[in-house]
Design a protein around this ligand. Structure first.
Ligand code: ACM
Length: 762
């Protein structure tokens, strides 16, 4: 029977065409357009049926009053069937599709109806607010629509590290407000760190009196050698009253607060206050440096009694079913040196310190269970055997989460390469704050928290996904907002929306509807790059039509093409397509600055425009030597300095089979020049990618294509090559040890492959 399929396809295409673009984030499960329009006005009445609908109705009322100046009447009760011009929030006992977070939102010309269980009605209201304008408008028309919505995952988390830097209660409330707007329902509150303890524990007053303060803070990323700022940091802590206030504030927004109390590592501040819980006598300072401290809790009875007391107070403050007990990054040096810890390992017949950590976490799990809660911990808690009932938060990639799910443990996915919102969002030179790392919003959006390697049953253990906001390099709220937003919105959609319906281009379009809402909340999000900004490499075409647009309503784009910094006073403002002349082989640098309607400035976002002629293949004669290396000794301050030095005679030359550095692993300060050939399999634009600890450059036929001195971020460039052999030269340098070199290439549309596999011709 072909007909039903054809009919279904027809209906689908009609539905797709009929759907007006909406700007809702996260994308609802299904939206169908009806006919007609609801006109919201001063006579519209709000109805609330059911327990929590009243609270939702009040929030909606207040939002309308604040954004539109409308002060609508609220009725407690159910509207008559024939009643018109109303917004009805209806809480039902039944959960739609089994989810308390699911809702149905219908609008027609007579009324708006939001129905669902408790949280569902609240989320329906959030969607409704996104269908209404963010700023005052005379006419408030809503096109008739039917939305059926439910989350993909139950855990949609956002984390905040308040240990490294402290964020005031007002900021946390703002963070929770924005989480609720995007249906994020779990706030992971990181409360204790090496650098500061932030939660009041009545029985141990020194945790806050002493351990919430440090003498100074390391400057920027200067951990080695250490440079301190000399400024005492005593920002305060959260009192138990404040904690209760935040928990209630979150609950009113259907957000669960998960407290994290770190153990056995990340505990130096606690040990500074109470050194008796360490394996060594101390004294310890509240740490002023970033990194991983070796001063961790000692697995003594006194320590467990202390943790029991702390967790009792914590359990009483937080109604959440979980307490996060950390478990990550606990170096074992102190336990290796401790006679007590070593005796304990023997007594408990443990193999090593990893098993001792597992034993430690199992002890803590019993303590937490006794308080009616369960533990969740970072994926290190798998090492030495995971505690029986633990939930695992996978941060070192997905492997921990996959392993845990295979062992029938619940998992929250938070892998660094998709979910660490403390990483920079673009190339370092274009970022307003020095965050380190590299994670674009597109990469966050690309994440699917259910790894394909898991079976359907195992996938059921993936509770959800979480974005983490570590605050080492976030001294204040402005930087935290810049880091978290708008990426947290991408993460919200990863957590809420069905994988099959998600598409980045559509998300980007819907984001335009969100920026004014973030503005209203006073969120200083990272201003997006102009749309259309991209490196351009064209072949033998001397003109390029530059077309830029901002995803931000009302924003202006200023640009330069001569390498100078764009400036609203002196640079042209982009208003219409520009024909840029591109003389052959003359790279032009496009630099752009986005300024919002209210004057906020972006970083400077760059691209290169380049008209090139493909490099001809070099003539090949017999007896090509393959890959060779030249080895230079010395501590070169920069790659350019090394490239200069490499004009001289090396200490040693030889043949190399690949770009592997294993023959040089014991060397501390050196440089290498590799010479070989790259065989271009076809005419084309080739992409080369390099990442190295510490720095490396790739040259083709005598031209340096790409240099990278950032050991964390890969860097890439493209070059047009004719089919055939090309001279390849790689400069690599190392300062201080830890040699590492990654070289890759690809043709357009192909996956990257190691440059090693592009064997030089022999
Ligand atoms: C972590 O990022 N150390 C969990």
């Amino acid at each position: 029977m072909r007909f039903p399929l054809l009919l279904a396809l027809l209906c689908l295409s009609v539905a797709l065409h009929a759907e007006p673009p909406h700007g809702v984030v996260p994308l609802p499960h299904s939206i169908h357009t009806g006919s007609g329009t609801f006109a919201l006005n001063g006579q519209t009445r709000i109805f609330a049926t059911g327990d929590s609908a009243r609270a939702t109705a009040t929030m909606f009322h207040d939002w309308l009053r604040d954004t539109q100046g409308l002060d609508l009447a609220i009725d407690n009760g159910t509207p008559r069937k024939d009643e018109r011009n109303l917004v009805w929030f209806e809480t039902t006992k039944t959960k739609r599709g089994g989810s308390a977070e699911a809702y149905r939102l219908t609008t027609d010309e007579r009324r708006i109806h939001v129905v669902g269980a408790d949280a569902g009605v609240f989320y329906g209201m959030q969607t409704l607010m996104q269908l209404l304008p963010a700023a005052k408008q005379d006419k408030l028309d809503i096109a008739a629509v039917e939305i059926d919505d439910a989350p993909r995952f139950a855990w949609r988390g956002l984390h905040l590290d308040t240990g490294r830097h402290f964020f005031p209660v007002a900021f946390i409330e703002k963070y929770l407000d924005v989480m609720a707007m995007y249906k994020l329902n779990t706030f992971h509150w990181h409360l204790t760190e090496d650098q500061g303890w932030r939660i009041e524990i009545k029985k141990y007053p020194r945790l806050t009196e002493f351990a919430s303060k440090r003498s100074e803070t390391v400057v920027d990323h200067k951990v080695d050698p250490y440079i301190g700022d000399g400024i005492p940091y005593a920002p305060g802590y959260y009192t138990q009253d404040q904690v209760r206030g935040i928990v209630a504030y979150a609950a009113a927004r259907h957000i669960t607060v998960i407290p994290e109390i770190e153990m056995p590592g990340h505990a130096q501040a606690a040990l500074a206050a109470y050194p008796q819980f360490a394996c060594t006598p101390g004294p310890f300072e509240v740490w002023t440096n970033w990194g991983v401290s070796e001063n961790i809790f000692c697995p003594k009875e006194e320590t467990f009694a202390f943790l029991d007391d702390v967790l009792s107070e914590v359990a009483a403050l937080f109604p959440a079913p979980y307490i996060h007990i950390g478990g990550d990054e606990a170096p074992k040096e102190a336990w290796k040196k401790s006679a007590f810890a070593q005796d304990l390992i023997k007594r408990e017949k443990l193999k090593n310190e990893e098993e001792l950590q597992s034993w430690f976490i199992r002890r803590v799990e019993k303590i937490v269970h006794a308080k009616g809660k369960r533990i969740i911990g970072w994926d290190e808690i798998l090492e030495g055997g995971v505690a029986p009932d633990a939930t695992v938060m996978s941060w070192r990639g997905e492997q921990g989460g996959i392993a845990a799910a295979k062992q029938n443990h619940d998992v929250v996915m938070s892998p660094g390469e998709y979910c660490y919102l403390d990483h920079a969002q673009g190339p370092a030179e274009s970022e307003l704050f020095p965050l380190g790392g590299y994670l674009t919003i597109g990469q966050v959006y690309a994440y699917d928290p259910q790894p394909a390697v898991l079976s359907a049953r195992e996938r059921g253990h993936i509770l959800g996904v979480q974005g983490n906001v570590w605050s080492e390099h976030m001294p204040n709220a402005e930087v935290a907002e810049y880091a978290a937003f708008p990426r947290a919105l991408a993460l919200a959609e990863v957590g809420w929306s069905a994988q099959s319906t998600r598409a980045y281009a559509d998300f980007e379009r819907r984001l335009a509807n969100q920026y004014p809402r973030l503005d209203r909340e006073g969120i200083r999000y990272r201003i997006p790059e102009p749309q259309g900004l991209a490196d351009v490499l064209q072949i033998d075409q001397p003109h390029y039509r530059l077309q830029l647009a901002s995803g931000l309503p009302g924003a202006s784009i200023y640009y330069t093409l001569d390498g100078t910094l764009p400036d609203p006073k002196f640079s042209p403002r982009f208003s219409a397509p520009v024909d840029v002349e591109l003389p052959l082989e003359q790279k032009r640098e496009l630099r752009t600055l986005v300024v919002t309607a209210d004057g906020r400035r972006s970083g400077v976002y760059n691209a290169t425009l380049w008209n090139r002629h493909p490099k001809p293949a070099v003539a090949v004669t017999g007896g090509n030597p393959g890959l060779t290396y030249a080895y230079y000794e010395g501590r070169f301050p920069t790659l350019l300095e090394f490239e200069k030095a490499a004009a001289g005679e090396p200490v040693k030359r030889g043949e190399a089979r690949s770009f592997a550095l294993k023959d040089f692993k014991d060397k501390k300060n050196f440089g290498l020049v590799f010479d070989g050939e790259f065989d271009a399999p076809t005419d084309g634009i080739y992409r080369f990618v390099v990442r190295a600890d510490d720095a490396a450059a790739i040259a083709i036929d005598g031209e340096v294509i790409v240099r990278n001195e950032d050991y964390e971020q890969p860097r890439e460039a493209r070059v047009p090559l004719q089919h055939g052999a090309h001279r390849l030269r790689v400069h690599y340098m190392q300062r201080g040890g830890g040699a590492d070199l990654h070289l890759q290439w690809a043709l357009p549309g192909q996956a990257l492959r190691d440059l090693d596999t592009a064997k030089p011709r022999r």
